[in-house]
Structure formats: structure tokens, C-alpha cells
Design a protein around this ligand. Structure first.
Ligand code: ATP
Ligand code: MG
Length: 650
């Protein structure tokens, strides 16, 4: 980025105070900020006491070799014991941990007592296969309860897991198995996707035919679809054969707080995936605390639902570890939001009386595109807190979410964090913060985040720059697996002693933080850095637009010119004057500098498998280049469709 700081264009005046009842009974009040500010480490030491330690830690943070942190280093605990057994011991064995809803409509209610039996059996099974503490286990499963069971079984025996999202190809799986040098792969014959069985096992077979995967001794296969599956004798074993015959008791062994819990490869929006390493005590402390604080979880009464896949960090931290450490009751759904109909999610909310919903802007914008009448058919009155994660949420999508899903009652918490941060870092608190549509607003208690300029100076209120974290936090990544140097280079070399998140951000006049998209996506137009997010949000604020993606294309006059790709809402027509209307709309909202030079209505946008817009491919199109790597796209035919719509395409 040039020295010109990010132009601060968007003005958002809407404010929503916390509902009085929620504020009066909130798990966390404004006092927490004061407490954490006065004694940050003392605050985290206190949060660590949410967990059951075999040996209580006496040292909170060892930062003697920055940026390699050790949190709670002399403490010892078992993560799975904390997520399962201790709730059973506390008399909560009959509480439902997971309401599973399969895409075809099959359901299972799994109590904490059930989960304890399942995890113990799976831990015994892995032990029988020779898996020892420290061995890596790759998990490539659909969204079925066995995914959580497998993760917890690994945690129980101290074997770091590496989940690979079930939608990834054999290539992605092979490189992740190689990089982590996995010893066992846990998979399924397949899962259900859009009303059909979708096979998974063939990708495992393919991946294991590659060099560098020879250390995989066994493949454990869950039977989900019952489809015919190729079999390699002596290597493959059915989950039901292996796990069912195991003993239901397993004594959890305590591990050091810094024992590796998992490796998770970032989704690859920007380049070669990085194996992010997370450890045990600090990670579990912060995921449990943030889940309690940000969602105001009341485990006795709430029904929580996070729609992410367990293969993403959101699934790790806010389906498995945070909620289960807190003894939550949650919904787990296998399939897509539109199978067998576009109201499936809302039907699930109604059926289980979901009270807390955590999803991504991409899903919200898709629902906007499908139309308001779909959620309106369902009773969503049980909802009391809504969350968003994954991308900046456009103010208009935020308002749509609050209004159409939250019935204008529920706070919306926009949570900023990353695979690397392990847990939520910047977010409103639903009982404390007056929320602003589109802003993640404030660092959580105990978290130090700010916005700096190119010279690492903190920007004044009202100015833009880069989001940085200025103090270590318990659930921070410890390194990139096998590559300490890349850890230093990627996160700690841009600014001295500060973690560089790679995201552009601004502070508004109240000092609240707004995320403005990835630094690589920021546009330079006539000497001004302009955020893709702000131009996209301006477009989405037009009643005809459901979703927008904006890129800067090389331009002889202005360095870069703004090019926008827009998806129209259900009923909007692509008429003659539309493009001018949208250009003028942006100019009116953000000023003439941000007026897109080109606007192209499209049916779909290129997205990563976790639902994020891949702007670099759109930049290739806007600059008439051959497309870069499309392997992490959900659907690579989207790019052909967009190219076919370009003026001049036949
Ligand atoms: P890669 O690092 O491989 O390119 P990725 O960044 O998409 O992949 P994640 O760790 O899942 O992988 O995503 C974190 C990123 O998502 C953040 O750095 C930020 O760009 C974006 N993000 C997440 N939550 C928010 C939010 N609430 N507001 C704005 N951006 C967000
Ligand atoms: Mg990233």
C-alpha cells in the first residue's frame, strides 16, 4: 500500500442499544473491560479457571522469546475431559450436547453422556491403531457428529488433528497429509450434499497414492451414505467395526498447556496454505471465554447453532471446543441451506427453537437474494443473539439480518478473527455495546488491537490503515507447522513487535474499528487508497443489489479503476439505466472518487469453499488476464459464466 492512508468514506449513523433484558442479565458487563485493562494477565488467569486443570497453572504468560508465546505453561489439562467428562461428572449427562440434523432429514440427539461414551471408544480405537501422543491424525469428514467425536478423541490422547474440509479435492488433502506427516486418516464413505450422496473416500485413496503419504498406516471410514466403497485391505477399517467394540471407559491423561491440539491450514484465499498450529490451555481458555461473552451463552436454556463447517476454524472453535467446554446444547446440520428448499435453515431454527445463531455474510447475502418472504414463513421468535464471521458484513446485510431473521429484537455481533487468532478478537458484546451495522467495533476484554499507518503509528480516530494486535493473546497461533521463519515473516516482520493481521481497517470518530477487507484487495485510485468493502457496501445498500464484489483494475489515468460485479436481488431486473443508477448511487454515498468505472451484473461470484469472495480472479478478468489458480473455488464454472457476460464476449 502507498503512504496515502485508506480514504474514510463510509458514514453509518444507525445505532442499536442492547435489549434491556439482555443487558440486565448479561454474562459479561462493561466492568470486564476495566478489569482486563487494569490487569490483562490477571484477567486471563481468571478466565483460565473456567477450565478444569489437573495441575493449575501458576504462570500466565511466558513471552521471553517473542513472538513464540507460552500460556499457562506449567498447567496441565486434558481438553476432551474439559469438553465432555466434567459436564457428566457435574450431573449434566442427560443434557443434549448435539442435535444432529442430517441433510436427508435423519436426526440424532447426542447427550453429554453419549458423547463421553463415543469419545472414550474412539480414543481407545485410535490407541489400538497405535496412535500415540504427538502423532498427527488427518480428519476428512462431512458435517456429522463423528467429526466432533474424532476431534475430541484425538485431543483426549494428545494426538494433534488436522481437519481437511470435506469439499476439498484429493490434491488439497494430499498436500495437507504430507505437510503434517499424518499417521491415520479418518474419513467417511461420503456425505449428503444437495440431496445426493457425495463420495469422500475416493479422494482419500487418490491422495494416499501420492509420494509423501506413506506414513499413513490406517484409514478409518465412517459409514454415512452406504454407497459402495473401494477398499484397501490391511489399511482401511470401518469406524463401526473398530470403534463399536471398544471399551466405554478411557482415563484421560493430562497434557501440558502447550501441548499441540491441532494444525489447521488456512483456506488459501491469498496463496499457499499455512499450517496454523494451536495448543491446548490458552486456546481452550479463550474459545470458552469468548463463546460465553460474545454470545451470552446460558447453557441451561440456550440452543446454539453455528452454521460453519467443522473443517474451518469457526467450526473448531465455535462448534467443538468453545461450546462444548461451556456445556452448551447445539444444533449441527450436515447440508446446504437450500436442500430440499430455500427455507431449510429457518425450518431448523423453528424446529429446535434456536436462540443463538452464528453464520457468515455470504449466507446472509444469499438469503437476501432469495427474498424476504422465505424466512418470513417460519417462527424465528426463539432467536435472541445473532453473530456474523468470515468477511466484513455490509451494513445493509447486517440490517437485513437483524430485521428479517432477528425480528428487530436481537443484537447482531460482527466478530472479527482469523484461523491464526484461534478465537474472536474484535466484536461487540451483546449486553454492553451499542452496535453499529458493519462494524466489529471493539477489542474484547483482554485483547489489544488497534489500527496503524505505514510507519506503525496508531492512526487517529477517523483514519484508516492496518489492523494490528499489540499484545499476545491466549489462543494465538504458536507458529506455522514446521516453518518458524514463515511465521515470523508473515505476521511479525511488517511492524515491529506487533502482529500484522493482513486486513485493512479504520477507526471511526468514536474510535470503533471497521474492517475494510484484505490489504491485498485495497485499491489505489488517483492517489487514494479505497477499500473494496466500502464500495461493495455502498452497492449493497441499493435496493436492487444483493451482493457485490469490487476490484481495482490497472488504469492509465487513475492507476487503478474501480470495477464492480453485482448480483441483483430476486425481483430486480437488469434494465437499461441500471448501471448508471448504481454508479451514481455509489458516488452519492461515498463521493465521486469511489464511483466505479465499470459495473457488470452477474449471476454468481467466485468464492472460496468457506464462502469468501475471491477478488484476485475478478481482477484477472477486469485486466483481461488469463485466470490464476482456481482450485480453491467452490465452483470453477462460475468464472466461465462471468467471462461470457463480458462486453465483447460471444
Ligand atoms: P488465507 O489466510 O489462506 O487467505 P482466510 O484469511 O480466508 O485464508 P480465515 O482465517 O478463515 O482464512 O479468515 C480470516 C479472515 O477473514 C480475516 O483475516 C478477515 O480478512 C476475514 N474476516 C473474518 N471475520 C471478519 C469480520 N467479522 N469482518 C471482516 N473481515 C473478517
Ligand atoms: Mg488469512
Amino acid at each position: 500500500m502507498s503512504n496515502e492512508s485508506l480514504a474514510n468514506l463510509l458514514k453509518e449513523e444507525r445505532r442499536f442499544a442492547p435489549p434491556a433484558e439482555l443487558a440486565a442479565n448479561a454474562n459479561v458487563t462493561a466492568e470486564a473491560y476495566e478489569r482486563a485493562k487494569a490487569d490483562r494477565l490477571g484477567f486471563w488467569a481468571e478466565q483460565a479457571r473456567r477450565l478444569s486443570w489437573e495441575t493449575e497453572p501458576t504462570e500466565t504468560l511466558d513471552w521471553s522469546n517473542p513472538p513464540f508465546a507460552k500460556w499457562f505453561k506449567d498447567g496441565r489439562l486434558n481438553v476432551a475431559y474439559n469438553c465432555v467428562d466434567r459436564h457428566v461428572e457435574a450431573g449434566l449427562g442427560e443434557r443434549v450436547a448435539i442435535h444432529f440434523e442430517g441433510e436427508p432429514g435423519d436426526t440424532r440427539a447426542i447427550t453429554y453422556a453419549d458423547l463421553q461414551r463415543d469419545v472414550c471408544k474412539a480414543a481407545n480405537a485410535l490407541t489400538e491403531l497405535g496412535v500415540r501422543a504427538g502423532d498427527r491424525v488427518a480428519i476428512y469428514l462431512p458435517m456429522i457428529p463423528e467429526a466432533a467425536v474424532a476431534m475430541l478423541a484425538c485431543a483426549r490422547i494428545g494426538a494433534p488433528h488436522s481437519l481437511v474440509f470435506g469439499g476439498f479435492s484429493s490434491d488439497a488433502l494430499a498436500t495437507r497429509i504430507q505437510d503434517a506427516d499424518a499417521r491415520v486418516v479418518i474419513t467417511a464413505d461420503g456425505g449428503y450434499r444437495r440431496g445426493k450422496p457425495s463420495a469422500l473416500k475416493p479422494a482419500v485413496d487418490e491422495a494416499l497414492s501420492r509420494p509423501g503419504t506413506e506414513n499413513v498406516r490406517n484409514v478409518v471410514v465412517v459409514r454415512r451414505t452406504g454407497e459402495e466403497t473401494a477398499w484397501t485391505e490391511d489399511r482401511d477399517v470401518w469406524w463401526h467395526d473398530l470403534v463399536e467394540r471398544q471399551s466405554e471407559s478411557h482415563t484421560p491423561q493430562a497434557f501440558e498447556a502447550e501441548h499441540p491440539l491441532f494444525i489447521l491450514y488456512t483456506s488459501g484465499t491469498t496463496g499457499k496454505p499455512k499450517g496454523i498450529l494451536h495448543t491446548s490451555g490458552g486456546y481452550l481458555t479463550q474459545t470458552a471465554y469468548t463463546h460465553h461473552a460474545v454470545f451470552d451463552l446460558k447453557p441451561e436454556t440456550d440452543v446454539y447453532w453455528c452454521t460453519a463447517d467443522v473443517g474451518w476454524v469457526t467450526g473448531h472453535s465455535y462448534i467443538v471446543y468453545g461450546p462444548l467446554a461451556n456445556g452448551a446444547t447445539q444444533v449441527m446440520y450436515e447440508g446446504t441451506p437450500d436442500t430440499p428448499h430455500k427455507g431449510r435453515w429457518w425450518e431448523i431454527v423453528q424446529k429446535y427453537k434456536v436462540t443463538i445463531l452464528y453464520t457468515a455474510p455470504t449466507a446472509i447475502r444469499t438469503c437476501m437474494k432469495w427474498g424476504d418472504d422465505i424466512p418470513a414463513k417460519f417462527d424465528l421468535s426463539s432467536l435472541r443473539v445473532l453473530g456474523s464471521v468470515g468477511e466484513p458484513i455490509n451494513p445493509e446485510a447486517w440490517i437485513w439480518y437483524r430485521h428479517n431473521i432477528g425480528g428487530d429484537r436481537t443484537p447482531v455481533v460482527d466478530t472479527w478473527w482469523q484461523t491464526e487468532t484461534g478465537a474472536i478478537m474484535v466484536s461487540p458484546l451483546p449486553g454492553v455495546t451499542s452496535t453499529k451495522p458493519g462494524s466489529a467495533q471493539v477489542p474484547l476484554p483482554g485483547i489489544a488491537a488497534t489500527v496503524v499507518d505505514d510507519e506503525a503509528n496508531e492512526v487517529p480516530d477517523g483514519a484508516g490503515g492496518y489492523l494490528v494486535l499489540t499484545e499476545p493473546w491466549p489462543s494465538m497461533l504458536r507458529t506455522i507447522w514446521g516453518d518458524d521463519q514463515r511465521y515470523l515473516d508473515t505476521y511479525w516482520s511488517r511492524f515491529k513487535d506487533r502482529y500484522f493481521a493482513g486486513d485493512g481497517a479504520k477507526k471511526d470518530d468514536d474510535g470503533d474499528i471497521w474492517l475494510l477487507g484484505r490489504v491485498d484487495d485495497v485499491m489505489l485510485v488517483s492517489g487514494h487508497n479505497i477499500s473494496t468493502t466500502e464500495v461493495e457496501s455502498a452497492l449493497v445498500s441499493h435496493p436492487k443489489v444483493a451482493e457485490a464484489a469490487v476490484v481495482g483494475a490497472t488504469d492509465p489515468q487513475t492507476t487503478q479503476a474501480i470495477c464492480a460485479f453485482v448480483i441483483l436481488r430476486g425481483t430486480a431486473a437488469e434494465d437499461e439505466g441500471l448501471v448508471d443508477e448504481l454508479r451514481n448511487h455509489v458516488a452519492k454515498h461515498l463521493g465521486p472518487i469511489a464511483k466505479p468505472k465499470r459495473i457488470l451484473p452477474v449471476d454468481e461470484l467466485p468464492k472460496t469453499r468457506s464462502g469468501k469472495i475471491m477478488r484476485r480472479l475478478l481482477r484477472d478478468i477486469a485486466e483481461n488476464r488469463t485466470l490464476g489458480d482456481v482450485t480453491t473455488l467452490t465452483d470453477s464454472t462460475v468464472m466461465d459464466l462471468i467471462q461470457a457476460k463480458l462486453p465483447g464476449a460471444s
